[in-house]
Design a protein. Sequence first.
Length: 289
Amino acid sequence: MKKMFQKTAVAACAAAIVFTGSSLAAQAAPETTLSPYKTWGNIAMMDEDTLLYNNLSPQCTPGEIIIHVSEDTKILDAVNGFPVSMDSITPGEIAYAYVGPIMTMSLPPQTTSPMVLTDIPADYKVPDYITVKSLEDQGENYLLTSVDGLEFTVPKDCIIIPYLTRNMVYLENLTEGRTCLVWSDAASVANRIVLFAPDADEESQTSDNTAVSGPENETEKVPVSYGWFEENGSIYFRNQDGTLVKGFIQTGDQIFFLDLETGAVQTGLVTIGDTTYDMHADGTFTIVE
């Protein structure tokens, strides 16, 4: 796809304000932190580093948008949060893209995206990609607030896993500035969170078996042998003694099935005795007659 940079002016998505060099110099505007906007629409065309996206969201410029994909862009399955390759995307499919907040004023507008969510089932509540503002301990639950003002009730047994690392992470790692995907129900009660590393230093911070704790960011030793973790694209649960849980496990009101041989979370049809279960990634299941 030919990349068109016909103009160097930029615009903020929601406000559609164009700042020229002279007006920017003349105004002492207050410094603000702009976040990408959540949009949805059809992917029309693509090449190895570009998506042509037909935006249907009123939050941003409607119609065609060129999204430049970089090594920092995460293209993920909306159900399980696993990476999706560009060549597996079907032109015309619905996707959610976090774009901007800055766009070129070319036709069509061009921007970048930190997050594109694909493979979305019908009537599925797509997870929210947020930057954490605060995590407040409210006793039985946490209150997770994003910099954009979104609020989530987070049960203390909510599943949280790191993105593509073996490091253990905990809800207390949801500190200001961290980015994550939050799966939640209609009442904004979180049931699963994928936490992204902020930078290359994240590996060294967690590889010594420490976790960030409390508002003062003090560190304390935490056991890495217990809880949910991800390895080679699969999710597991490890007991405190280091053994893997296998079979059914319940966390809160969610029930998952862990493969009887490997211990990996299994979705789809699972037959135990004379009963077949259809296990869903959100921790629910149905019994197949």
